[in-house]
Structures are given as structure tokens and as C-alpha cells.
Ligand binder design. Structure first.
Ligand code: SF4
Length: 247
């Protein structure tokens, strides 16, 4: 089972406040310079600066302190990113944005983030990115509640069906419906945010998914008998066409 939250039962069993270094360092600066100095930076809603941990496809990955309100385009220039396909804002639980969203601002009223920024250039495969995040959440689920434990496995299976070319529009709709259900019914933040990578890529890279699905039918079985027989024939060294004629 999950341990209690520190504010309820922390150090030596007492209620404990846990803050990260960024918060303590910022509080020190506000005490030194005053709140007006701090509020002069950032946006009216998101005052001050934010530490960003930038990784992925760029010339200068690292930790950056920027004013809230910086656009993703501004950040990509700052870190030397070129030919960017996607930016994952807020870590695995965050949003995967396409070029159409690079004008958006990092701030609480637009792109809120704990600080993780992962950049993917155009040599990357969007399905590989999503698969990696799906595997992460399946691995990290503690298994306490069904939507998170089973739902993410079902979404992964459906996702692989689409990637393999067997998906239809109804599969895309089911992934979206299941993702919303997992977000609404999971017990903790991990489960509640686990469908974000697949849901945000379904929104922001819709055309990539649309290219994969079969538009002539609304349903196709996940199990492809012909493909399975062909694979079995390859393993056994028998000819696929001969098998079909014998059948
Ligand atoms: S949402 Fe996932 S990680 Fe959180 S309690 Fe439920 S099963 Fe565990």
C-alpha cells in the first residue's frame, strides 16, 4: 500500500513540510529583494521565474532558469533545438505538443509544468515516444485500483493494434474514452495523468494516427489470422501460399 503523505505523517511520525530547493531559493530571493521585484518578472498570473530541466534533441540540454511566460519557440531557440517534431512538457504525465503549439507560453494559465521539458526532433517516431510512456505507466502502476492497473494495459493493446495497421476509427474513439475514464476514476495522480501521452498525441498528432487506421470499416479484429499463419510459415520454413491452398 502507499505510504502516508508527509504532511500527515512524516519525519519521526510528525506532520512534515517538504519543499524543493527551487522553492526555498526563490523564497530567499523574495525576502532579499521584495515581492514587487519578483512580480516584475513573469506574467500577471505566473510571477517570477521557473527552473526547467531540458533534455532530448537540442544542442544545449541542461537546467535553465527562465521567466514564466516564455514561449516554447523561445525556449527551443535558447537551447539550440532544430527541426523539432514534438515537445513533451511536464514529463511523462504532461502534454506532448506539436509545432502548432510551439507559440504557447510556459505559465500556469497556459502550459503549466513542474519543469521537465523533453525535445524530440523529426528523426523520431511519435509512436515510439508514446509506447515508451505507456510502458512507463504500466510498470509504475502499484496495482491498487483497476482503472490504472488494467486500463493502461488495455490502452497499450489498442494502441499496438493501431500501430500494426489493424485499427479503425472506433479504436481511436475507444482509446479516448478509456483514457478519460482512467483519468476520472484512478485513485492517485499517477493514474489520473497516465493517459496524457496517448491522449495529447491523439489531439496534437491526429494525422499520424489517422494515417494508420483502416477507414473502410468500423471494426476489425485485433487478431489477424492471415498474418499469424504467414508468421508461423516463416518460422517453420513452409510457404505461405501453399498453406492457404491447403486450408
Ligand atoms: S492510480 Fe495507479 S498508482 Fe495510483 S493507486 Fe491506483 S493503481 Fe496505484
Amino acid at each position: 500500500d502507499r505510504p502516508p503523505f508527509p504532511v500527515q505523517n512524516g519525519y519521526l511520525g510528525c506532520p512534515t513540510t517538504v519543499n524543493n530547493v527551487e522553492t526555498l531559493a526563490t523564497a530567499t530571493q523574495i525576502l532579499n529583494h521584495g515581492s514587487a521585484w519578483f512580480r516584475a518578472m513573469g506574467t500577471p498570473v505566473s510571477a517570477g521565474t521557473k527552473l526547467l530541466s531540458v533534455s532530448g534533441d537540442c544542442d544545449r540540454p541542461g537546467i535553465y532558469e527562465v521567466e514564466w511566460g516564455l514561449t516554447l519557440n523561445g525556449l527551443l531557440d535558447l537551447v539550440g533545438a532544430k527541426d523539432t517534431l514534438a515537445v513533451q512538457v511536464g514529463g511523462a504525465s504532461g502534454q506532448c505538443l506539436s509545432e502548432a503549439g510551439f507559440g504557447r507560453k510556459l505559465c500556469y494559465s497556459d502550459l503549466a509544468t513542474g519543469g521537465s521539458i523533453i525535445i524530440f526532433n523529426k528523426t523520431r517516431d511519435i509512436f515510439s515516444i508514446v509506447r515508451n510512456f505507456l510502458d512507463f505507466f504500466i510498470e509504475e502502476s502499484c496495482g491498487w485500483c483497476t482503472p490504472c492497473r488494467a486500463g493502461n494495459v488495455l490502452i497499450k493493446n489498442k494502441f499496438e493494434k493501431i500501430v500494426s495497421g489493424l485499427g479503425t476509427a472506433s479504436d481511436l474513439a475507444e482509446i479516448e474514452a478509456w483514457g478519460k475514464l482512467i483519468k476520472a476514476t484512478s485513485r492517485c495522480g499517477l493514474g489520473q495523468t497516465s493517459p496524457n501521452p496517448v491522449l495529447t498525441t491523439l489531439t496534437n498528432f491526429r494525422e499520424v494516427y489517422e494515417k494508420k487506421i483502416n477507414k473502410e470499416t468500423d471494426f476489425r479484429s485485433e487478431f489477424d489470422l492471415a498474418r499469424s499463419v504467414e508468421q508461423a510459415c516463416q518460422v517453420t520454413g513452409r510457404k505461405f501460399e501453399e498453406e492457404r491452398e491447403d486450408a
